[in-house]
Each structure stands twice: as structure tokens, then as C-alpha cells.
Design a protein around this ligand. Structure first.
Ligand SMILES: Cc1cc2nc3c(=O)[nH]c(=O)nc-3n(C[C@H](O)[C@H](O)[C@H](O)COP(=O)(O)O)c2cc1C
Length: 422
């Protein structure tokens, strides 16, 4: 899938997409396409009111299946898919857009149309992507409905803030289709340990160390693992700050972004974001060496070029945090090309981290960029857990659950607010 890069990463699922009557219903057409391009099988059910916004034929053509609206809809009965059969067919239900009205009906347990009925009959996880005017979203009734649904295990994806179809500016915009697809790939498993209310800082991507104004020393990190971790932490309830080097990735929604270029700038940004944070996940591939005296003007070939580069070591960001922010729960990453376990153990001790995730790079099927990854997680007490080879998004969800579990076991015996937040 050119552009989005999500095709090989989300495990394919049977997704029942519920479309309700909001102006963002037109975005659901793009969503069907992107879900299918990401490998999912999609069936669409619309509320009767939603058919006033987009014709069912659009979704039928895009999904390749008839679209049902009423319980006695021929589209449902022809395929033997009544509300119970549809609810059992689905592995996940995604309501996008979810109108204020539908959220109220879902909360109340109404069964007054096919979509509401099959949600009531569903045993699978339900996700909603609300879309509405900012004041409708901020209304106490809507907030109350969303909180009640979240407490019942419904996953609320977004909304985000921005310019709205009504011309107003504020929260209530449905997340973009690609963001919804990316989030589905990192959602915590039902019952997995969560990070609700915690402030998490994630670093991602490479750093570029300037040689002169046009050249730099860089590395092969794509930032994909760190971006997946930021999304996974946010999906697990954390307030996330993502400090990232130069990458070509779509930024996650509802995450504070701090773009940087150099190792020094990344360290300064992480130090600043770490104050008041609970957890730091250092997934960035920070340069170990930087040119000592970058040239002010472009080094010219005619003038003899670059015979040698004087390099100095960059600061150790995680070890530095152990001194400056000892109460911060710190997760390190190790990318190794040999002796993975030995190097990982040594690095965990050197960095004084609470956990370390190690992966072999430079091998087919593992490491940088689009390739799947194989992580082994190490703890200071000698425990290690191999997560096996999976997509970076799937590994991010697993790693965030392990971080949440370890954090709650070690740092918060008295409950929220007890960590040393320097
Ligand atoms: C032009 C127009 C745009 C609307 N946009 C939204 C919207 O973005 N979000 C929303 O929650 N309701 C919106 N509504 C109101 C819903 O369509 C209305 O509450 C409807 O009954 C919802 O039906 P459903 O929940 O069965 O899909 C809009 C109504 C109109 C006429």
C-alpha cells in the first residue's frame, strides 16, 4: 500500500463498520478502502439516518458486500446475516463516525435499529470514533455517555481538534481513516494492563548529526517502532509526548509532537518532557558520535573534500535520566547485530533502565523500517521474555502492556500519584 505503509502490519480481522448519521460519514468511505487495503475484511451496517448522508451503494461497492440498515433488510436476510449472525461474524465492531445520538443509544442499550441491536448482541470489542460539533462533543450528556461507555470497555478513538464542517474550531473531528487503521493495529488486548492517566514520553527515529550545512551522519532508523509505541501508549490511556528525529511517517493524533534533528536536541527535548512524566520509552536510534566541529559552509570537493571527520561521543540520554529524573520509569532499546542477549544485559545495566527491549538488526525479517521485528524484553532481575516475530504495531501493543504491568508492580504500590516525579 504505497503511502500509508500499513498493509503488512495489522493482523487481518473481520471488521463490522457501523456508519451513523454525521457529516463525517463521507470519511467512512475512505475508511472502508483503507481497512481493506490493510488486509481486513469489512462489512458495513448503516443507521437509517446515515443513508441520508452517503448512499449504501457506495459502501456496498467498496466493501464488496451488501449493506444492511434494518433488521428486515433484504441485504441482511439474503446473506443470512441477521443482527445475531452479523454480531457473531465480526471480530471487532468499529462505529465511525459515531454520532452523539448513537453514543447515547449505545450507552442506554437501545435496540431500535440494526446497528444498535447488533452492538447489544455483540461479544467482541466495540470501538467508536465520535464525530460531531465541538459543543455537542463537550456537552455534559455526551461526555457522560462516553465515560460510561469507556468504563464498560468500549474503546473511544479520538476525536481530534481542528476546523469542523460547521465552520467552528475545536474538539469533535473524526480521526482520519489512516489514523483509525493505525490505532486498530495497536489497541490493547481486552483486560491488558493500562497506562490511564500516566504521562509517557517516547523518543523515536534517527538523529542527523551535521557535517556541514548540507551533509549529516545519520542511521537507518525509520521511527516506525517509536511511532507505534506512542500510538499504543496513547491507546492504553496515557498522555503521550513523542520526541522524534527526521522521519517520513504520519504523526499520531492527540499526541504532543516535538520534532528534533540532532542527538543534543533530542536529549534537551527529552530532559524537558521528562519533568512531570511517569514513563520514558527510549526507542530513538540516537547517534553515538557527532562531528566535533561542523563546517559553517558547504565543504567543497574542489578544496580537497573530507579526508577525516573528528567525532565526539554524544550524551547517554537514558543513563542521564537515571541521574536527573530518578523517579522516572525508564525503558531502553537495544539494536544489536550480534550476541543479542549478552549485549542487551550489559546495556540494561549500563543504562540503569527498568526494562530493555532488544532486537537484532541487519537480518532479513527483523530490524529497521517496514520489516517485522522480533523483540526480547529484559528486566534487571534477570528475567527475559521473547515476544517473537510480529509487526511493529503488534509488538508495540505487547510491550506497552508489559511496561504497564511492570510500572504498576514496581512504581505505584500506593496507587496513582506516588511516583517520584522530579
Ligand atoms: C446536516 C446534518 C449534519 C449532522 N452532523 C452530525 C454530526 O456530525 N454528528 C452528530 O453527532 N450528529 C450530526 N447530525 C445529527 C444526526 O444526524 C442526528 O442526531 C441523527 O438522528 C443521528 O442518527 P443515528 O444516530 O441513528 O445515525 C447532523 C444532522 C444534519 C441534518
Amino acid at each position: 500500500m504505497p503511502g500509508s505503509g500499513l498493509d503488512r502490519y495489522a493482523p487481518p480481522m473481520r471488521i463490522l463498520l457501523g456508519v451513523t448519521a454525521g457529516i463525517a460519514a463521507y470519511k467512512a468511505a475512505v475508511l472502508v478502502r483503507e481497512l481493506i487495503r490493510a488486509g481486513h475484511e469489512v462489512r458495513v451496517v448503516m443507521t437509517p439516518a446515515a443513508t441520508r448522508f452517503v448512499a449504501p451503494l457506495t459502501f456496498q461497492a467498496l466493501s464488496g458486500h451488501p449493506v444492511a440498515t434494518h433488521e428486515d433488510d433484504p441485504a441482511a436476510s439474503q446473506t443470512g446475516m441477521d443482527h445475531i449472525a452479523l454480531a457473531r461474524w465480526a471480530e471487532r465492531i468499529l462505529i465511525a463516525p459515531a454520532s452523539a445520538d448513537f453514543l447515547a443509544r449505545l450507552r442506554a442499550g437501545m435496540a431500535d435499529d440494526l446497528l444498535a441491536t447488533l452492538c447489544l448482541a455483540a461479544e467482541v470489542p466495540i470501538c467508536v470514533a465520535p464525530a460531531m460539533n465541538r459543543q455537542m462533543w463537550l456537552a455534559a450528556a455526551t461526555q457522560d455517555n462516553v465515560a460510561a461507555l469507556a468504563a464498560r470497555g468500549v474503546t473511544v478513538l479520538g476525536p481530534e481538534s481542528g476546523l469542523q464542517a460547521c465552520g467552528e474550531d475545536g474538539p469533535g473531528r473524526m480521526l482520519e481513516a489512516l489514523e483509525l487503521v493505525a490505532l486498530l493495529a495497536v489497541l490493547p488486548a481486552p483486560g491488558a494492563p493500562r497506562l490511564d492517566g500516566l504521562a509517557v514520553v517516547v523518543s523515536a527515529g534517527p538523529t542527523f548529526e551535521p557535517i556541514d550545512p548540507v551533509r549529516f551522519l545519520g542511521n537507518r532508523s525509520s521511527g516506525r517502532m517509536g511511532f507505534a509505541l506512542a500510538r499504543a501508549a496513547q491507546a492504553a490511556g496515557a498522555k503521550v509526548t513523542l520526541v522524534h528525529g527526521p522521519v517520513a511517517l504520519t504523526p499520531p493524533a492527540n499526541v504532543a509532537l516535538v520534532p528534533v534533528e540532532t542527538a543534543a536536541a533530542l536529549q534537551a527535548a527529552v530532559q524537558s518532557a521528562a519533568t512531570g512524566a511517569d514513563i520514558y520509552i527510549g526507542a530513538a536510534a540516537v547517534a553515538d558520535y557527532t562531528p566535533l566541529t561542523p563546517a559553517k559552509a558547504k565543504i567543497r570537493k574542489e578544496a580537497g573534500g573530507i579526508a577525516a571527520l573528528g567525532l565526539g561521543q554524544t550524551a547517554d540520554i537514558i543513563a542521564g535520566l537515571a541521574d536527573s529524573h530518578p523517579g522516572l520509569f525508564r525503558v531502553a532499546f537495544a539494536a544489536e547485530t550480534e550476541d543479542l542477549d549478552g549485549n542487551a544485559r550489559a546495556k540494561l545495566a549500563r543504562k540503569r533502565a527498568h526494562m530493555l527491549a532488544a532486537n537484532l538488526v541487519g537480518q532479513p525479517g527483523s530490524g529497521f523500517g517496514d520489516a517485522p521485528n522480533a523483540l526480547t524484553v529484559h528486566w534487571p532481575d534477570g528475567r527475559a521474555l521473547a515476544l517473537g516475530t510480529a509487526t511493529k504495531e503488534a509488538l508495540a501493543a505487547q510491550l506497552v502492556a508489559l511496561i504497564a504491568e511492570t510500572f504498576h508492580a514496581q512504581c505505584r504500590p500506593e496507587g496513582p500519584g506516588s511516583a517520584d516525579r522530579d
